[in-house]
Write a protein that binds this ligand. Structure first.
Ligand SMILES: [Cu+2]
Length: 182
């Protein structure tokens, strides 16, 4: 058993307890977060988006810290998920309560969701084609704050891609989606 496998086992063993804590946390804070979302969602976005526009929703429903790792309910939803080749403008809006990112990478050989996660909870971003990861602005940055939007335009060839968030442990908790360029 490798060190990372051992760590994964510990995490999986804790899911039952953490799920209960997460559900309790969501129930407690839901109303408050909802109010904040309504007030903080801004209208920032690209003024003249190039090519096909893909709207990406980044969301979460509370989280629980445990040592260096975090388990959470996070999701990434992009629509449409199939587009023609050429310029694609991704407009990513964070409707959750945590900071998120948005990255575009070629799909991994073994399929969407199969990337290895390092001990820091992040994937290897070296093949990233581009990202929208700033608050109310275009391109890379230090993350998309709750209630804000980031965007990026990429020229994509036909193929299979993976859209993901690489805040620590978000990918490992399912924050990715397959994306097809025809
Ligand atoms: Cu995220």
């Amino acid at each position: 058993m490798t060190r990372s496998t051992a760590r994964l086992s510990v995490i999986i063993g804790s899911i039952g307890l953490l799920s209960l804590l997460t559900i309790a946390g969501v129930g407690f804070t839901q109303g408050h977060i909802g109010d904040e979302r309504a007030q903080s969602l801004t209208s920032c976005g690209p003024t003249q988006p190039s090519g096909t526009v893909v709207h990406v929703t980044l969301s979460d429903r509370g989280n629980v810290m445990m040592g260096a790792s975090t388990l959470m309910m996070v999701s990434l939803y992009a629509s449409p998920s199939t587009v023609p080749s050429g310029n694609v403008t991704f407009v990513a809006t964070n409707v959750g309560g945590l900071t998120h990112e948005f990255l575009v990478l070629p799909a991994p050989r073994d399929g969407v969701g199969t990337r290895a996660t390092g001990v820091n909870g992040k994937i290897n971003e070296s093949t990233s084609l581009g990202e929208a990861s700033t608050s109310c602005g275009r391109g890379a940055g230090s993350g998309i704050s709750p209630g804000t939007t980031s965007w990026v335009t990429l020229h994509l060839s036909p193929g299979n891609y993976e859209l993901l968030c690489d805040e620590p442990w978000h990918y490992a908790n399912g924050m990715y989606q397959g994306f097809t360029v025809q």
